[in-house]
Design a protein around this ligand. Structure first.
Ligand SMILES: NC(=O)c1ccc[n+]([C@@H]2O[C@H](COP(=O)([O-])OP(=O)(O)OC[C@H]3O[C@@H](n4cnc5c(N)ncnc54)[C@H](O)[C@@H]3O)[C@@H](O)[C@H]2O)c1
Length: 362
């Protein structure tokens, strides 16, 4: 069992990383008097696989449960679904002393978290993360939210959960493509945390993807959560240091947007985004050729879809400009000056860098 404490100054909560943890959650919640009644929000796939195990654990601990299932996929992170969740919660009489448990990946976590932040002006929120992406990234930091027809994640809040459970064994049912997409976010941590962690990923990438050693997978997840927790402690609301975690995300988000969120998984687009950030860093002479080769050979091992034809870089650029993380006039990009050495700076000739990069990889 590993326990990581996330402390934002205003709030403090544990992330427990524990294989088989799902069966013990009821005991934990009861012991900590967290609530007598819980609404479980899950999606169809995860609900089918794991809701009965979770409900049994809660029942055994004397906690009443209400199961609410939403369809799989990004389309559920919408106001219509939030509203239908409010209706279900009101109908089950869920009150302030009760809690909402998100059982699922990032979609369920973001939607259930946003619902928890707003239902009755805020109700306790517990996250049981089931996808690799959620386990290494969205479980830490309290960003919750939904999409708007004009853009992704535009409506939301910072709302910290009371408790996060990461049970790496749940990943064994996750589709291979989702595992690799989650590893895309892990790769980001590899570059940011530094050479030692990168070396572990470089040596074991395919083994980690195969999930053959759950202990090693747990260690990897813990390293990512620990790092993110340290950053969130210093900068909960992303006004400074937390922007480091956007490595690969400015171009990544734009690639997702121009392909209408249908072509790439998030972590796959992030891999291209990191690749581009390495290219810009090289052009600015922040990285030497051997560093670039080491970094890009690693990224090439990811089995991700090839880049689709991008008609013009202007549309990519306009999506990058609309990234809500960009403030003011400039386009701030997270660059690398080596493993674990980050430089966030305003880049002017972004379209030139994109065109040159596209030429270089096609
Ligand atoms: N809040 C944050 O800090 C944060 C960070 C990164 C991403 N996100 C959000 O996360 C979302 C993407 O998350 P995701 O990649 O987890 O997608 P997801 O939640 O849609 O899960 C991907 C698919 O895997 C299935 N699945 C999940 N766990 C499973 C399991 N154990 N076994 C079998 N199938 C399983 C789901 O049913 C779904 O079909 C995006 O909406 C993104 O905006 C949020």
């Amino acid at each position: 069992v590993k326990e990581i404490i996330v402390n934002t100054g205003r709030q403090k909560y544990p992330i427990i990383i524990e294989p088989h943890g799902l069966s013990q959650i009821g005991y934990f919640l009861r012991k900590n008097c967290l609530s007598r009644s819980a609404a479980i929000i899950t999606d169809e796939t995860v609900g089918e696989l794991y809701s009965s195990r979770l409900m049994k654990s809660l029942d055994d601990a004397g906690i009443r449960t209400h199961l609410i299932t939403i369809p799989d996929g990004e389309a559920s992170k919408a106001l219509e679904y939030t509203n239908s969740l409010y209706t279900a919660l009101i109908e089950t009489n869920l009150c302030r002393d009760d809690c909402i448990i998100a059982l699922g990946g990032g979609v369920v976590g973001d939607l259930a978290g946003f619902t928890s932040a707003t239902y009755l002006r805020g109700i306790a929120f517990i996250q049981i993360t089931t996808s690799l992406l959620a386990q290494v990234d969205s479980s830490v930091g309290g960003k919750v939210g939904i999409n708007h027809p004009l853009g992704k994640n535009l409506i939301g809040s910072f709302y910290q959960p009371k408790y996060v459970l990461i049970d790496p064994e749940l990943l064994l049912t996750l589709a291979e493509r989702e595992i690799w997409a989650g590893l895309g976010e892990v790769a980001k941590y590899g570059f940011i945390i530094g050479e030692r962690f990168f070396g572990i990923l470089e040596k074991n990438l395919e083994k980690l993807a195969s999930l053959s050693d759950i202990y090693q997978v747990s260690e990897m997840i813990a390293a990512c959560c620990q790092y993110k927790a340290t950053i969130v402690r210093k900068d909960e609301k992303e006004s400074g240091e937390r922007r480091i975690l956007n490595l690969g995300h400015t171009l990544g988000h734009a690639l997702e947007a121009v392909t209408k969120y249908e072509y790439f998984k998030h972590g796959e687009a992030v891999i291209y985004g990191i690749h581009w950030a390495i290219w810009v860093s090289y052009k600015k002479q922040y990285l030497n050729e051997s560093e670039v080769n080491k970094m890009t050979s690693f990224l090439r091992r990811f089995p991700i879809p090839s880049l689709p034809d991008i008609e013009n870089t202007k549309c990519l650029l306009s999506k990058m400009n609309r990234d809500k993380k960009q403030t003011g006039n400039g386009l701030y990009i997270v660059l690398l000056k080596g493993f674990g050495k980050i430089q966030i700076e305003k880049v002017d000739d972004v379209s030139v860098y994109i065109e040159e990069w596209l030429d270089s990889i096609q």
